[in-house]
Design a binder for this molecule. Structure first.
Ligand code: ADP
Ligand code: MG
Length: 389
């Protein structure tokens, strides 16, 4: 599938520009094994790059003119780097223009290029096709024009592009995972300091299966803002009783439980989830290191229950997908992945059982919600890189 993507992108470049591309880059989408809604609560996340990629075929120009073909959308966008770059109503180009604006500011960048890109990362399913696009281009410019950027700088440029040209106030996890991914490794990342460690993620006789609910409810932004306020309120109360607590990272379950009345039902539930989820990420790393997949699966399912019942960011469709696999012996654990209110569930399943499972759950899902389920079997792969024949 990767070969085919590269071949198709490359051929499309030749058709568009009457020349072979001088460079090919691959930039992956990502999953997050565990650690949800803790990035803004001083916890860790545990993402990994996957074997679904944005492929970029690109050649430098001798001037400042740029032409980019979005093959999957059958759209072309042309501009000159000498002109002022501003966000455009053609949405996809903003991810790239935002990157170029950063490079203009930081490196006086004015190197034109021709590019074609195409992707196997599903768009808008929570696998971060957007980070794959922006980091893929930033990585490619850095390599071709020898800009001397570090991987961390590339990830930050991708993030800032979304903030400034797309208008999405995203965290750093997606870009970081896409750029720093390594085959069969998860990244334990502190989203505040960008401190990170790689940990073994060899799933042996298990595999990761994503079930795409195909829904996206609109409370994502409002839900997110409410949660941020609630946990901030909770942390202030906890700190007033336990001065040794600086962040949720050094807050214990006992402390939260001791303050249950004062926190009130809602804020208590939110804080309890955060404290437990921070612990679960650590436990998941231990489980992975020890190849204890039953334990890992249990942790994932506990995370889902917490996100659904305590943090309240799930939805009927995601709850259904997690509940539907709860009694399947081939499934060790499942949870919603991402910010919530839609997107995919991530499942730890026995290798070989996927097809039967997908058929069974798809039929149930269709009869309950009238929606077709999509599914993706993913492997943990390396981060953004240049592809050499
Ligand atoms: P995701 O969860 O996949 O990151 P986003 O809404 O953040 O969802 O980003 C999706 C957007 O990124 C698309 O609407 C499009 O503008 C851009 N994009 C992603 N992949 C492609 C592609 N293959 N071709 C063109 N644009 C793409
Ligand atoms: Mg995105």
């Amino acid at each position: 599938m990767k070969k085919k993507l590269i071949q198709n992108t490359s051929e499309h470049f030749e058709k568009s520009f009457q020349n072979k591309p001088e460079h090919i880059f691959l930039s992956p989408g990502r999953i997050n094994i565990i650690g949800e809604h803790v990035d803004y609560n001083d916890g860790f996340v545990l993402p990994a790059a996957i074997n679904k990629y944005v492929c970029i075929a690109i050649s430098p120009n001798k001037n400042s003119k740029c032409k980019i073909v979005a093959k999957d959308l059958n759209e072309v966008f042309e501009f000159d780097l000498k002109d002022t770059l501003v966000p455009n109503q053609t949405m996809w180009i903003n991810y790239i223009l935002g990157v170029l604006q950063q490079l203009k500011e930081q490196k006086q960048f004015d190197n034109g290029f021709n590019a074609v890109f195409s992707s196997s990362v599903p768009i808008g399913s929570g696998l971060s096709s957007s980070a794959a696009v922006e980091c893929g281009f930033a990585y490619a410019f850095n390599k071709i024009f020898a800009l001397g950027l570090t991987k961390e700088e590339i990830a930050l440029i991708g993030q800032k592009s979304e903030h400034t040209f797309v208008g999405v106030n995203c965290g750093i996890m997606d870009q970081f995972a896409s750029v720093f991914g390594k085959k069969d490794k998860v990244i334990k990342l502190d989203c505040n300091t960008l401190a990170y460690e790689y940990h073994k993620a060899d799933f042996k006789k298990y595999s990761l299966l994503l079930l795409d609910s195909n829904v996206k409810h609109t409370h994502l932004t409002s839900g997110y803002n409410d949660r941020r306020n609630e946990v901030e309120q909770g942390l202030a109360i906890i700190k007033s009783h336990f001065p040794e607590v600086k962040t949720f990272r050094n807050c214990t379950e006992e402390m939260v439980n001791a303050l249950k009345n004062e926190l009130g039902e809602i804020v208590y539930k939110r804080c309890h989830f955060v404290v437990k989820e921070i612990q679960r990420v650590q436990d998941a790393v231990d489980a992975l290191e020890n190849s204890d997949f039953n334990r890992l699966g249990n942790l994932m399912t506990k995370t889902h229950r917490g996100l659904s019942k305590e943090y309240e960011v799930s939805c009927d469709e995601l709850d259904f997908l997690v509940d539907a696999v709860a009694n399947e012996t081939s499934v060790l654990g499942a949870r919603m992945m991402g910010g919530g209110f839609g997107g995919c569930s991530i499942n730890l399943v026995e290798k070989g059982s996927e097809k039967e499972l997908i058929e069974k759950i798809s039929a149930q899902y269709r009869s309950k919600f009238g929606i077709d389920l999509k599914s993706y079997k993913v492997k943990i792969s390396k981060g953004t890189s240049e592809y050499k024949n």
